[in-house]
Design a protein around this ligand. Structure first.
Ligand SMILES: Cc1ncc(COP(=O)(O)O)c(C=O)c1O
Length: 407
């Protein structure tokens, strides 16, 4: 059994959290490549099925490999936090096949026909589409409000009794807009809503939504948590342990959006260096943002660490650092964007984020190519906008690559 627990340091938890010694004394928890598990007797099978005895049943329900990473991420999200009685906060996490699968489980475990979600603009595109195109088919509607305007949020909740869940994503993609989680969660909880937050961009290294009493946190683990771009994955973390063990577990198992041991192993291995990577991601991003802000080909830099960002103050209040994501606008619009991408030599042109290597994308020609110009510009996605997930290379090399591509 690992000695890591809530009082162990965050970096140590990244390495040891959730680990249990294994029968054959393997150093790392192996990849359990088995679809099912055996029982000693009919009675033991009954006890495991009833939940009276800890045990594994079937791969879709989980394995020792997925379980370790679930416990580790729950410990990271709860790190240093306390419950209402002053005890270390206990959370339960369930690993999924993708961030979208984790979000879907959360939504379907909590909502039913007739319910409404209250959320804000600039959610991750997949989440937005799920809310706009899939949920209405099963009678779940959405109300979109500017979450910077907390008075309007409260008024909208009070005016519509069908609002049941508040969905927060901060910072948001790709303009890094931040909303005040403490204020929003307080309004949500005071009005009896389920409050959830997508913590993918910030990660528990930078921000812990459970500090503000939210009920659920979701991640695309595909990003900084894995860190190496080796596996798609998602995690759903909840504070109501009973609900997590019953309704949420049932929804997860029946929707079939489970992860698997191989990808859980890759995620767990990536997490071992998570804290160290984040430190470098963040310090590199700060230097890259400062460089870009001075460059004559760049008209605007969206980085939460710069005082020019409209949400700088909120971000500095709820995040430990401004993080590793930034975006910037090129003077020459769409053509300058594609020219810049074509000239990169070190930084990688790809969507996704949070890998060791620096990933750069031009939303107008890729992720938002099909979105009308006036629609995307309303959310700050201009023709010349470039999004950057700053990696952990030597920062001079990243800056030199940008320099030669910008000139
Ligand atoms: C903020 C955010 N949430 C959720 C997702 C969905 O995650 P996945 O692609 O792992 O399904 C993404 C993917 O980019 C994301 O950026």
């Amino acid at each position: 059994m690992s000695g890591a627990n809530n009082s162990t340091g965050f970096d140590t938890l990244c390495i040891h959290g959730g680990h249990k010694a294994e029968n054959n004394r393997a150093h790392l928890t192996p990849i359990y490549a088995t679809s099912t598990y055996t029982f000693d007797s009919a009675e033991q099978g009954i006890a495991v099925f009833k939940g009276e005895e800890q045990g594994y049943i079937y791969g879709r329900f989980g394995s020792p490999t997925t379980n370790e990473v679930e416990e580790k991420i729950a410990l990271l999200e709860a790190y240093g936090l306390q419950d209402g009685a002053g005890n270390p906060l206990q959370l339960k996490a369930i690993l999924h096949a993708s961030g979208m699968a984790a979000i879907t489980t959360m939504l379907l475990a909590n909502l039913q026909a007739g319910d409404t979600i209250i959320t804000h603009h600039s959610l991750y595109g997949g989440t937005q589409e799920m809310i706009d195109k899939i949920l209405p088919n099963i009678g779940i509607r959405v109300t979109i409000v500017d979450f910077h305007d907390t008075a309007s949020v409260e008024a909208a909740i009070k005016a519509d009794k069908s609002i049941r869940l508040m969905y927060i994503e901060t910072p948001a993609n790709p303009t890094l807009q931040c909303v005040d989680m403490q204020a929003l969660a307080a309004i949500g909880k005071a009005n009896g809503l389920i409050v959830c937050a997508d913590n993918t961009f910030a990660t528990p290294y930078l921000q812990q939504p459970f500090k503000y009493d939210v009920d659920f946190v979701m991640h695309s683990t595909t990003k900084f948590l894995n860190g190496h771009g080796t596996a798609i994955g998602g995690i759903l973390v909840g504070r109501d342990l009973e609900k997590m063990k019953t309704t949420v577990t049932k929804t997860h198992r029946l929707l079939g959006g489970n992860s698997n041991s191989f990808e859980a192993f890759l995620l767990n291995n990536g997490l071992r260096t998570f804290a160290l990577r984040m430190e470098r991601h963040c310090s590199n991003a700060e230097k890259v943002a400062q460089f870009l802000e001075q460059h004559p080909a760049v008209t605007k830099v969206n980085y939460l660490g710069l005082s020019s960002h409209p949400d700088h103050a909120i971000a500095m209040r709820q995040m430990k650092h401004a993080g590793a994501m930034l975006s910037f606008e090129l003077k020459g619009g769409f053509d300058a964007g594609t020219r810049f991408i074509n000239k990169l030599k070190l930084c990688i042109s790809a969507v996704s984020l949070g890998t060791c290597d620096t990933l750069i994308s031009h939303p107008a020609s890729t992720t938002h190519f099909g979105v009308k110009k006036e629609d995307r510009e309303r959310f700050g996605i201009t023709d010349g906008l470039i999004r950057m997930s700053v990696g952990i290379e030597n920062v001079e090399d990243i800056i030199n690559d940008l320099k030669q591509a910008l000139n």
